[in-house]
Design a protein around this ligand. Structure first.
Ligand code: BGC
Ligand code: ZN
Length: 362
């Protein structure tokens, strides 16, 4: 079989021609045919050799963790999953330390030890290949109606996990007891930002996306199609943007730019929550007005929350939500996928990021 791989030692990318075809080795496993794999910033980091670790004994890592597959074979103990089902595999696998209470209870997205593995990222091959065997319990079945856009489920789980936690934290407030529409600002108009904006819009938040590019651009069109407001940082300063929006209840950061994030933290409203999802590169230190930030955090009851990866609950909610987005805004959701490449050309969208979401079609 073919597989798209990164060779960290040789610092190169290549298609493995004879990647061994996997076989079901335990009754709780399933085998699926890979249909689509999304390319994201994490893949780009792995392909620039700053992140990512091959499985033990391998000199390469098969990449790809945003996957949509079709089940071709199911073991006797694979539960209700059957051939023909469309599935989204989860990315992270638990560590094996008995003291890690998170991994012990199936919440490796909250792993304490850092010894988890991630398919296509950390010590496990990923999904940019033809056939995959995995355990049925990590699969999430998606309805055939969202086949075309199903590959967006995994990037959407980032927002879903963030929202599950946000609604928990904000139980501290009298939210949801009045007709007041909460105001959300999304930083960044890439796939994570736009999917986050959709997740907020279906929950009836007043959504503003603040991003660099001026209009017209296709991300701004998508924001408007879902009823949101688009503001370019080239036209409006952070303070002006905050003035346009009004008191900001929630900021969802999806850029990975730490300077921008902490600058925008200044304008978070009273009782607001600031969610960080981006992973910045390590640049030099920068200066911040920490007195203002700390005064606001305390005097305005604010909360800052970082979040990574996602559990089963977020995957299930992402499947439900993506179907809802697709029913409500079919063109906008389809418009998120802007490039399709064959496996042989997987390096192209990695080296040359254009459009919104690029995918590999197997
Ligand atoms: C993936 C997460 C993963 C994270 C860090 C992201 O791109 O979506 O599942 O935990 O990278 O490796
Ligand atoms: Zn753990």
């Amino acid at each position: 079989m073919k597989a798209a791989a990164v060779y960290p030692d040789k610092k190169s990318l290549g298609v493995v021609a004879d990647f061994p075809e996997p076989k079901i080795g335990a009754p709780a496993q399933i085998k699926f045919r890979v249909l689509n794999v999304g390319v994201c910033g994490t893949d780009r980091e792995i392909a620039s050799f700053v992140y990512g670790t091959p499985p033990e004994g391998s000199d390469y890592l098969v990449i790809g963790h945003e996957c949509l597959g079709e089940v071709v074979e199911a073991g006797a103990e694979a539960g209700s999953i059957k051939p023909g089902d469309l599935v989204i595999p989860m990315v992270r696998r638990p560590c094996h330390h008995p003291e890690c209470v998170a991994c012990q209870v199936g919440r490796s997205d909250f792993c304490y030890t850092g010894d988890y593995r991630e398919r296509g990222i950390m010590k496990m091959h990923g999904f940019m290949t033809e056939l995959v065997v995995d355990e049925a319990r990590y699969m999430n079945v998606v309805p055939a109606a969202i086949r075309e856009v199903g590959v967006l489920v995994e990037p959407l789980t980032i927002a879903e996990k963030a929202l599950i936690q946000t609604l928990n934290v904000q139980q501290r407030l009298p939210w949801g007891r009045t007709k007041y529409r909460h105001r959300a600002v999304v930083l960044g108009a890439g796939p994570v930002g736009l999917l986050g904006a959709m997740a907020l819009a279906v929950r009836d938040f007043d959504v503003t996306v603040y991003s660099r590019d001026r209009e017209p651009n296709s991300s701004a069109d998508i924001v408007k199609a879902i009823g949101g407001r688009y503001i370019s940082s080239q036209d409006r300063t952070i303070e002006q943007m905050a003035g346009d929006v009004g008191s900001i209840d929630l900021i969802y950061e999806a850029t990975g730019a730490s300077q921008l994030a902490f600058d925008v933290l200044r304008v978070l409203g009273t009782n607001g929550i600031f969610i960080l999802t981006g992973v910045p590169g390590r640049h030099g230190p920068i200066q911040f007005d920490t007195d203002t930030i700390m005064r606001n955090l305390v005097l305005k009851n604010q909360c800052v929350l970082g979040t990574v990866n996602a559990g089963k609950d977020a995957f299930e909610q992402a499947v439900t939500d993506l179907a809802a987005f697709y029913a409500r805004w079919p063109r906008a959701v389809k418009g998120l996928i802007t490039g399709r490449f064959p496996l042989e050309e997987f390096a192209q969208p990695i080296h040359n990021q254009t459009g919104i979401k690029n995918i590999i079609e197997i």
